[in-house]
Design a protein around this ligand. Structure first.
Ligand code: ZN
Length: 362
């Protein structure tokens, strides 16, 4: 674990330090693991604070289940008060870069290559595009991985197929999926995000997956990008997704991995913890287990490389309150290369868990 003194953080972030407490009547005890219900656990991190958005009061203890090794806050905010943790507008960062601004030279070529791959893989019709994006993709794994992730590793759409994106945030994936031919719907708790995407003409509702409860056996795909760690009862969300999907439909889930190299190295400063918005943190096995328990067949485990360096930079910002200097960044780049090699051999250590699963046909 990175050896950084806690008082160093306090010293560097005096104006950002959250000193007020969470309302005492807005807390609930979590006596057992939300994933496997085991009561055996150990204290993983104590007195964590919101050092990302600096808007959530309180200090938080993170426990780790001895049975399934998932981690969870205890106590945690109640459903009635969790909105206090989202006082600053919060949305899901999109990894999709669909700039339509003019470009020339290398930038235009890179854009054309990306569009060439997107159009071939997902059925979009972005321009400019070039067939070199398809031909060269096998030789540039990072390029292909990013493009695949933009489409959430989904199969190419069939005519009239419906997709539901939970926690659509900015709505950029709704836009991408619609370009790919999906008939898209979405749910997000943020009213502003809903209003913006209603104006774009999308079928979106305020709330969570239960906002579409009258749509049994309706969707061909449901996506949850960095959503499952925010909910009080992840199992009920997976169960509802199963109910909403048609037989043969797929679910795509991505969430931070508590067993990642980043968490191992940065400990309480790891960006993926994000207390108290992240209530539950999975590992590969525990996420696969609840998907399996609720009836899904795991069809693909996606190993996303290159994420260590990105999370290392953000984790150092949490630890030090400042961007790392050139040499630390250089070291993290090198460590990122080692992390990539490590994760190629052992995907259990990736920063994120990314899984595709299917509802059986019968
Ligand atoms: Zn457990």
């Amino acid at each position: 674990m990175l050896k950084l003194e806690k008082n160093r953080i306090e010293k560097k972030l005096p104006h950002k330090n959250i000193s007020t407490m969470w309302p005492s009547n807005g807390l609930e005890a979590v006596a057992c693991c939300p994933i496997c219900k085991s009561r055996d656990r150990r204290l993983l991190h104590k007195n964590l604070k919101d050092q990302i958005f600096f808007c959530a009061p309180g200090e938080w203890d993170l426990c780790q289940c001895s049975a399934c090794n998932s981690a969870y806050l205890d106590p945690r905010p109640t459903q009635d008060t969790i909105h206090l943790a989202y006082a600053i507008y919060y949305t899901h960062k999109s990894f999709i870069s669909l700039s339509h601004s003019p470009a020339s030279g290398i930038r235009r070529l890179r854009r054309a290559m990306a569009n060439g791959y997107r159009n071939w893989r997902f059925g979009t019709d972005f321009k400019p595009s070039t067939v070199f994006g398809i031909l060269l993709a096998p030789f540039i794994p990072g390029f292909r991985q990013v493009r695949e992730h933009e489409g959430r590793n989904l199969p190419r759409v069939k005519q009239g197929a419906r997709l539901l994106d939970i926690g659509f945030g900015s709505g950029e994936f709704l836009d991408f999926a619609q370009h790919a031919g999906w008939k898209v719907s979405g749910a997000d708790p943020d009213l502003k995000a809903v209003q913006i995407n209603l104006q774009k003409g999308f079928d979106v509702r305020q709330g969570d997956i239960f906002a579409f409860t009258n749509h049994e056996n309706t969707f061909d795909a449901i996506t949850l990008s960095h959503v499952i760690e925010h909910v009080h009862d992840p199992r009920s969300v997976i169960r509802e997704a199963f109910r909403l999907l048609k037989p043969g439909g797929v679910i795509w889930v991505e969430t931070p991995n508590i067993n990642s190299l980043g968490h191992k190295h940065f400990g309480p400063f790891w960006r993926g913890l994000e207390p108290p918005r992240h209530l539950v943190l999975f590992n590969w096995s525990s996420l696969q287990q609840i998907l399996h328990d609720e009836g899904f067949h795991i069809t693909r485990r996606v190993t996303r490389l290159g994420m260590y360096r990105r999370l290392a930079a953000k984790s150092r910002l949490i630890a030090c309150g400042d961007n790392p200097n050139f040499w630390i960044t250089f070291i993290d780049r090198f460590a990122g290369m080692i992390a990539n090699l490590h994760c190629k051999i052992n995907h259990e250590r990736t920063e994120f868990i990314t899984i595709l699963a299917q509802k059986p046909n019968c």
